[in-house]
Structure formats: structure tokens, C-alpha cells
Write a protein that binds this ligand. Structure first.
Ligand SMILES: [Zn+2]
Length: 134
């Protein structure tokens, strides 16, 4: 038979091509070869991890928290963005703990920015009420 990957002739029943190291696409003959089947199993597990990686590493909450805090910073008077930014950032930090820390930096940045974004709004309100009183 021939290797599915590189097309070179390989021995019948062999699981991995000796030329390119890729699986030949043919299941190994079951002759109680434990080493070969465990190698196959770990190769399958690796494939699952690789496929699952992009999904499990994304942290949309952290991104949302940062963006909302940033909006809150520029629209200081509508505190809703800051509040939402803080909520999403905290959720993003929690989520980062579940996805190997992905997005934690962004979520913390969103949290700090969300807190800072309250300052100009509060200052404005103080100035505004002060000017009303004066
Ligand atoms: Zn090959």
C-alpha cells in the first residue's frame, strides 16, 4: 500500500509512514501491540486539544469589559457603560481563570479603566451641582 500523506510505498498494516511520520490512514493490524495503540490514542487526544484550542482560549467577556469601560471613559456622564464595563471585566477575570489566564490582562485593564472612567463623570457632576448652587 501507499502512504496517504506522501504517496511513498509503505508496509501493509503499518500505522505510521516511516518516510514522513504521518498516519497512513490504515488502522494498525490488531496484534496486541500496546505501544502502537497507546501512541494512536495520544495522537487522537492531541488532535482534540488542537481543535478545541481556539474556542476555549477566547475571552469575549474580557474584551467586552474593556470596550465598555473605554466607551464609559469617553461618555463619562452615562455611568451605565462604566457599570457594565466593571461587570464584564470581573466576569472576564473569572473566565480567564478557566481558560489558562487568556484575557486576564485585558479584563484587569477594563476593570481599572472602568473605575477611572467614573472620575470625570463625578467631577463633572460636582462642577455642575457647584455651578447650580453658586
Ligand atoms: Zn508518508
Amino acid at each position: 500500500m501507499y502512504c496517504n500523506n506522501c504517496g511513498k510505498p509503505v508496509e501493509d498494516g503499518i500505522a505510521y509512514c516511516p518516510h514522513c511520520g504521518q498516519p497512513t490512514g490504515k488502522a494498525p493490524a490488531n496484534r496486541g501491540n500496546g505501544a502502537l495503540s497507546s501512541g494512536q490514542a495520544s495522537s487522537n487526544a492531541q488532535t482534540i486539544v488542537t481543535v478545541g484550542t481556539p474556542q476555549s482560549y477566547s475571552n469575549g467577556l474580557a474584551t467586552a469589559g474593556f470596550v465598555l469601560s473605554l466607551i464609559g471613559f469617553f461618555f463619562s456622564f452615562s455611568f451605565i457603560f462604566q457599570v457594565l464595563g466593571l461587570i464584564f471585566s470581573i466576569a472576564g477575570i473569572v473566565r480567564a481563570g478557566k481558560v489558562n489566564g487568556t484575557g486576564r490582562g485585558l479584563a484587569i485593564a477594563g476593570l481599572v479603566l472602568g473605575l477611572l472612567a467614573f472620575v470625570p463623570g463625578i467631577l463633572f457632576i460636582m462642577l455642575f451641582t457647584g455651578s447650580l448652587l453658586a
